[in-house]
Design a protein around this ligand. Sequence first.
Ligand SMILES: [Zn+2]
Ligand SMILES: [Zn+2]
Length: 254
Amino acid sequence: MLNDYHIHALSHGEYRHTMDWLSLFVKKAQQEKLSEIGFAEHDEFRHLISFDNIQQVKEQFPEIKIKTGLEVDYIPGREDEIKLIKASQNWDYLIGSVHFIDGWPFDHPDHKGKFTVSDIDEIYYKYFMLVKQAVETNYFDVVGHLDLVKIWGNRPLTKTMLYYITPVLKIIKDSGMAVEINTSGLRKPVKEIYPAPEIITQMYSMEIPILFGSDAHHPDQVGMNYQEAVLQAKRAGYHEIVIFSDSKKQTIKF
Ligand SMILES: [Zn+2]
Ligand SMILES: [Zn+2]
């Protein structure tokens, strides 16, 4: 039993939720032998989500579970807006993600240059402070691509990754949130899963629940590189993932 809870059928607004388009994501998931998928669009495109068409696709493919989540940008000061977004629909889950540091879209290729002229350790410190704040809002069910800050391959110089991340993991553990094992890092210059294997091992020792996500922006990317994701999760000790319905967590074997 494997899930892909991080699917952007709208990509960055280039596509629409037509039945044909949504069906391609489901068919790819079936080819990849996934038991469950979740459409989790970027919250800025939530007005383009067709709940009706997702419902119809659910009825068309009863053999696979289809959920509706949302990937929400955590930016300090957005808390009230996020609360409203959460209350606006019966989301199965919300993924909380940090894509901006002080207004800087650090994971955007047009803006990666700032990494070469900045103090990398300060960037890591600020990024993980934001992830910690996101977790503390208690609005999210899943932490998105936990160590996204490594995307372009820039590593902290004076401290280890675990130095920055261990305090955040403690807060995640207390929150009850799950961390996604997100394979999109393998398609990025860093060429490493989010979070890194050493962090997955640390998460297992802290009994933090996980689930899987590809961050697909196209049907071809559904379930991509799952062999590596499953290998790293099992190597760390995991044999269970969590799934969500209406923000309620359930554990299944994988
Ligand atoms: Zn993201
Ligand atoms: Zn995403």
